[in-house]
Design a protein around this ligand. Structure first.
Ligand SMILES: [Zn+2]
Length: 479
């Protein structure tokens, strides 16, 4: 007996795009049928004719409810928006799973004065989301600084407990993990089957350019791309790839920003290495020229938005498969703190992003460039699920998968305004962006959570997700 039927939508499955009925039993996809053929009995029926039905979006890169560095805002107590707000916005934007971060980046931890186990740190982070999330959630685990032997010894257990991926920075001392430690971490994660999520910039280039621009009086925020520059990305990506080749670990480069990064990933994949790249949706739209506009650094997320040629390389990579996922680096504050810092050392990173990714990507790729619906689903859901260990529970419309479904109206046109959005914020970098196609209904594990512009889910719907990356994804480029 079915509980819910999505009737007659254009459904995007791993095998095909076709008009069909989807039958849901409890939390799972339980049946498919020709349009109008699944028997309703006592099931609720949702008419999806004229709509595209995709698997719920997966946001692979979000920073929710964390302290914002005071040097970015001038205040000691600014936090990014809490889980209730971020996951509410996500639900309206067609996102049913977000992957945030766990890790202890406190001064006490970084200086070695305090040490918490990986398990305890994850449990504390789960507590922040539990009963406060409208959608499902998981965490990359951040390893920072010189990684201690006892922490290294916990990697295996953490992977067995369902942490599918570890995040490291190659920049921002003392958070940066030095290369020797990186080599050791990669080897340990490779041995036990996990993915490395990497923020890759070259520390020395960034430090050098920061000092140089400050000395020359050119340290205005609109010069961020000269600090976090193309050469820095090239050097850092290639160092990481060399260490990955040495150890056999899988690499997921978060926020690829430069054509050099796209090329480094392409070459690594040609050589058969399991290397994957993510692009943020603001990098697919803006260039560093936009930093010059009034309030222009609102678009900024670290590393930095670069030139038109870099934007075009990212778009081309998204179209042809060299880049695997879209993300947002969700990091929402209000406009005041976001625009407080105006120098290369003080501009606030991140932006109000999680809700706009799917409509922006649909508009830019499907409506404007004719991307296939299956590729669109790959870059908004399936690839993140595969690379980060959620597939096939998430990321696919197929029998037995979670019934996370989003209905997109491909004909809905609107110029975005901040009033359309549902974050705890008062600005959007997408103000005026002409959307062509928009999510109109979101279903989480068989429960409708957004319908007719209303949130009808509850903040205790979201669950923590255990992840395990498939060996095939860690052995070679699988998506
Ligand atoms: Zn980030």
């Amino acid at each position: 007996m079915l509980d819910l039927i999505i009737r007659g939508g254009q459904v995007v499955t791993p095998q095909a795009v076709a008009d069909m009925d989807i039958g849901i039993q409890g939390e799972k996809i339980a049946a498919f049928g020709q349009p109008g053929t699944l028997a309703a009995d006592s099931a609720r029926v949702i008419d999806a004719q004229g709509k595209i039905v995709i698997p719920g979006g997966i946001e692979p890169h979000a920073h929710v409810g964390i302290p914002v560095p005071p040097e970015w805002t001038g205040h000691a107590d600014v936090m990014t928006q809490p889980p209730e707000a971020a996951t509410r916005a996500a639900a309206f934007g067609g996102v049913t799973t977000l992957i945030d971060f766990a890790g202890d980046l406190s001064r006490a931890a970084l200086s070695g004065q305090r040490r918490r186990s990986i398990s305890e740190t994850i449990e504390r982070r789960r507590d922040v989301f539990r009963s406060h999330s409208y959608i499902d959630f998981a965490f990359h685990y951040i390893l920072a600084g010189e990684v201690r032997t006892d922490t290294l010894g916990e990697i295996r257990e953490a992977l067995n407990e369902g942490i599918g991926s570890f995040k490291i920075f190659t920049v921002n001392n003392p958070v940066r993990v030095p290369n020797g430690h990186l080599w050791t971490v990669f080897a340990e994660v490779a041995k036990h089957g996990g993915m490395m999520a990497i923020h890759a910039e070259d520390e020395e280039i960034v430090q050098f350019m920061t000092k140089k621009l400050q000395d020359e009086g050119r340290d205005q925020g609109h010069n961020l791309h000269l600090v976090h520059n193309n050469l820095s990305e090239d050097i850092a990506f290639r160092t990481v790839i060399r260490l990955a080749k040495e150890t056999g670990v899988g690499i997921y480069f978060v926020h690829v920003t430069a054509k050099e990064g796209v090329t480094a990933i392409e070459e690594a994949r040609h050589a058969g290495l399991p290397v994957y790249g993510e692009a943020l949706h603001n990098y697919l739209q803006f260039t560093c020229d936009d930093y010059q506009k009034p309030g222009g650094t609102a678009i900024h997320t670290y590393p930095a938005i670069k030139f038109a040629a870099d934007r075009e390389a990212l778009i081309a990579g998204m179209m042809d498969g060299r880049i695997s996922t879209t993300a947002t680096d969700e990091y929402t504050t209000f406009k005041g703190p976001k625009l407080w810092g105006d120098t290369i050392a003080t501009v606030c990173g991140g932006h109000n992003g999680i809700e706009t990714r799917i409509p922006v990507a649909f508009t830019k790729f499907v409506s404007e460039r004719g991307m296939s619906l299956q590729r669109f689903v790959d870059i908004t859901s399936t690839n993140a699920a595969k690379i980060l260990g959620l597939y096939p529970r998430k990321g696919a419309i197929q029998l037995g998968s979670d019934a996370d479904l989003v209905l997109i109206d491909p004909n809905l046109k609107k110029a975005l305004t901040v009033n359309d959005l549902h974050a705890d914020s008062d600005y959007s970098i997408w103000e005026g962006f002409p959307c062509h196609g928009y999510p109109v209904m979101t279903i989480l594990r068989g429960k409708v959570i957004v319908e007719n512009g209303k949130l009808i889910g509850s903040a205790d719907n979201g669950r923590w997700l255990s992840r395990r990356v498939e060996n095939s994804v860690l052995a070679r480029p699988a998506v």
